[in-house]
Design a protein around this ligand. Structure first.
Ligand code: NAD
Length: 440
């Protein structure tokens, strides 16, 4: 079987469902075999994927391997190492009234045919890491790469069928019309990564078939900096976390929340951190990425006058280059604070201390990540107890999502459900309750 372009979404889904019904995707050997093949794709053809990522987003090869290709290889290795244990039935105590010979346990079943819809910012990782979980859980999978990263979409559409079982894994390329057509079909789970507006479209379509969804969304992830923190370290880590992939990272620190004195001290340190990372002219740095397209470039340019420019502020539309930019004296009512920035602009907003910072976070949508830089155990404990966010990072942005057994996902407006490591098995499987009572 091939995934030739003219195949209609309904035919793709029917074909995969027929495969799933044969039971082919359930044995451990099929699952691990597919994971090994995906690993081979990434090791043998990683350079093709890296080249596509460079075309789409100006990602350096180092960054492409670190954040997408090797990231996925690690997810595969972790899954191969632990899958047996994750899938082992788990016994549960049985109440006395059922008798001493009764037993109860849970087992995880595959769901069936699942759909994975990926965005453009980490277009390989965010398609392949969910695919790892879906295959490991024994499903047939349709993956839909983002049309806004066309080179990566084309590379994956070419490579995945070369390596994986095409009767059980299909790549459907395209934009809104193709995705809308796919969403009309009945899936057993839909895993969507992207923005909340489309998340609602996905959830509405899924409701027609009572299909469960995982929504990996975004939002404004705050970084609270306490006055006791080592600000040189904070500036370095904030700059690395923010300007990776030119700020187009769902868990990037969106803005800094700190008191006015700390803000003043942080400004020159952030400027220095940017220079250390990318030199005096980041446009010439091989390590600095590009904005995905002109539309996003124009949107981001419109946010630059929301504050006083500490560093950056320049851009080159033809090159889709926007300098790593820090804005100070930013008013919470300004445009840059109204939407997820999703680009290389770091506003500093001042509050008078921890209470106001907690209030500021709680007045807004629950973020995908919240970062806290402090030496104070009490401050860390208060933020953990008094705020809600998808993830919480003390002292280091982004890194929590590299810990394979931490669930990665949002809460409220930043999403629902989670994945990575064993959490992917829970997401892409059904934990079935089983009771056994002997007949004699
Ligand atoms: P995008 O524009 O690539 O859209 C994501 C997917 O949705 C694509 O595959 C696209 O084809 C599809 N799509 C777009 N419009 C659609 C429609 N009307 N109907 C059906 N499908 C449609 O990516 P994006 O949404 O711009 O991604 C950026 C957002 O994603 C940010 O908010 C970011 O924070 C979030 N994000 C979240 C995570 C996470 O893991 N939580 C990761 C990356 C990005």
């Amino acid at each position: 079987m091939t995934t030739a372009a003219p195949e209609q979404p309904a035919d793709v889904v029917n074909r995969l469902r027929a495969t799933f019904r044969t039971g082919r995707t359930k044995p451990m050997a099929w699952r691990t075999g597919q994971l090994h093949r995906l690993r081979e794709l990434l090791t043998e053809r990683g350079a093709d994927v890296a080249a596509a990522l460079h075309t789409d987003l100006g990602k350096s090869s180092t960054e492409a391997y670190r954040t997408e290709i090797d990231f996925t290889v690690r997810e595969i290795d972790h899954t191969l190492e632990h899958l047996d244990a994750w899938l082992r039935p788990e016994s549960e105590p049985v109440p006395v009234h059922l008798g001493a010979d009764a037993r109860a346990w849970t087992q995880i079943d595959p769901l069936g045919v699942v759909l994975v819809i990926a965005p453009w910012n980490y277009p390989a990782q965010l398609l392949l890491a969910p695919l790892v979980g879906a295959l490991a859980a024994g499903n047939a999978v349709v993956v839909k790469p983002s049309e806004l990263a066309p080179a990566t979409s084309a590379a994956l559409a070419r490579l995945l069928p070369e390596y994986l079982d095409t009767d059980a894994v299909a790549v459907v390329e395209g934009g809104i019309p193709e995705t809308t057509a796919l969403l009309a079909e009945r899936f057993d789970h839909i895993f969507y990564t992207g923005n909340g507006t489309v998340g609602r479209v996905v959830m509405r379509a899924a409701a027609e078939h009572l299909t469960p969804v995982t929504l990996e969304l975004g939002g404004k992830s705050p970084a609270f900096v306490d006055r006791d923190a080592d600000l040189a370290v904070v500036a370095d880590r904030l700059a690395r976390g923010k300007f990776l992939n030119a700020g187009q990272t769902c868990v990037a620190p969106d803005y800094v929340l700190t008191d006015p004195g700390t803000a003043a001290a942080l400004e020159p340190l952030l400027a220095r951190a940017v220079e250390t990372l990318y030199g005096t002219d980041p446009q010439t740095s091989a390590e600095y990425g590009r904005i995905v397209n002109e539309r996003h470039y124009d949107r981001l340019s419109g946010l630059l006058d929301s504050g006083r420019v500490v560093v950056g502020g320049e851009g080159d539309r033809a090159d889709k280059y926007l300098a790593p930019t820090v804005l100070a004296d930013v008013d919470p009512g300004s445009p840059v604070m109204q939407e997820e920035i999703f680009g290389p602009i770091l506003p500093i907003v001042t509050v008078d201390g921890l209470d106001e910072a907690i209030g500021f976070v709680n007045d807004r949508d629950k973020p995908l990540a919240l970062y806290v830089f402090t030496e104070s155990e009490e401050t860390r404990a208060r933020i953990a107890a008094e705020t809600s966010s998808g993830g919480l990072g003390y002292g280091l942005p982004l890194a929590h999502l590299t810990v394979s057994d931490l669930p990665f996902g949002g809460v409220g407006e930043s999403g629902m459900g989670s994945y990575h490591g064993r959490w992917s098995i829970e997401t892409f499987g059904h934990r079935k309750a089983v009771l056994e009572k002997p007949l004699h």
